[in-house]
Every structure is written in C-alpha cells, then in structure tokens.
Design a protein around this ligand. Sequence first.
Ligand code: NI
Length: 182
Amino acid sequence: MAIRTVLRMGDPVLLQKALPVERFDTPALHTLIHDLEDTMQRMNGAGIAAPQIGESVRVVIFGQKESDDRQNPRYPDADAVPYTVLINPTLNPVSDVQEDGWEGCLSVPGMRGIVPRYTRLHYTGYDQYGNKIDRLVSGFHARVVQHECDHLDGILYPMRIKDLKDFGYTNVFFPNQDIQDD
Ligand code: NI
C-alpha cells in the first residue's frame, strides 16, 4: 500500500488504451486497488483510474466509503457516490440526453472545465474479486463513471470541452469557494 505519483497531462501513458484485467483476486490486483485508494484519498479525488498512476489496465475506483462522512473538498456540492471498484467496465447511455457540468482531474491539477456527459447511464464491470457489477445511475455518479472510464481509453476531460472558454484555473473560476487547489 502506498501513495503513488499521479501522472499529469502530457504524459503519454495517459493517452494509451489500457488493457483488460484477465485475472481477478490476485495479490497484484489487490495491491493496485490499495494504491489507488490511498492515492485518491490523499488527493481528495472523486475517483482515480489505474493509468493515472502509470498502470495501463482497465481499473478505476471512485466514490466514498460509508465510514468516511467527510464531504469531498474538491466537489463540495456533489451527491454522494458509493465507493466502487470497477474493472473492465462497459458503459451504455440510457438516452442521448447530455448535461454540462464542471469537472476537474488529478492529472490536470488546479484546473476546471465544463464537460457534457450523458445524464443516465447503465454500466457493468467487475470488482476485484470478479463479482459482477451492474448499475443504472444518473447525475454526478454517471458523470464520475464517464470521466474515470475515459481514462481507460486515453481521454482526458479537456478533450471533451466544447468551448475552451469554459476551461481555466479553479481559483479564478471559483475565487470565493474553498475548493482545494490541487
Ligand atoms: Ni481524471
């Protein structure tokens, strides 16, 4: 278990298509999950994807454990998202409806941008033990899943911003809010 260095935009690993996990419940996979968890907690992330710590495999984690009732200082207004380990995910929007919302990313520190995302989403995948996950979600939960799973295909949120006027420094867009300037 360790807090790992988060790769920042510009690193070619973040642009790779990550490979599927083939074996579940292995020591290597559990170590990766623990490292992701430690790193996400330290950075107050809403989620993190394995490629962000240099491991190009299809593993993301997101959300908050029930035992952790702190509000995320990076997303103080966000709905609670259950802590989830999601491996080899598939995402299917339930409708074509998209919604604009602010996003940040641990790999793009100190910045925020407005990104369109599908509002309702059906997703599937597996946890670290190989148990199937199958959920219908909406709102911030749907947004987080789309953001994290984009990392597995080499997509960073700035690539999805429609108008680059909607991309800038967190403490310039939100000067009066105590959003952590990562
Ligand atoms: Ni990100």
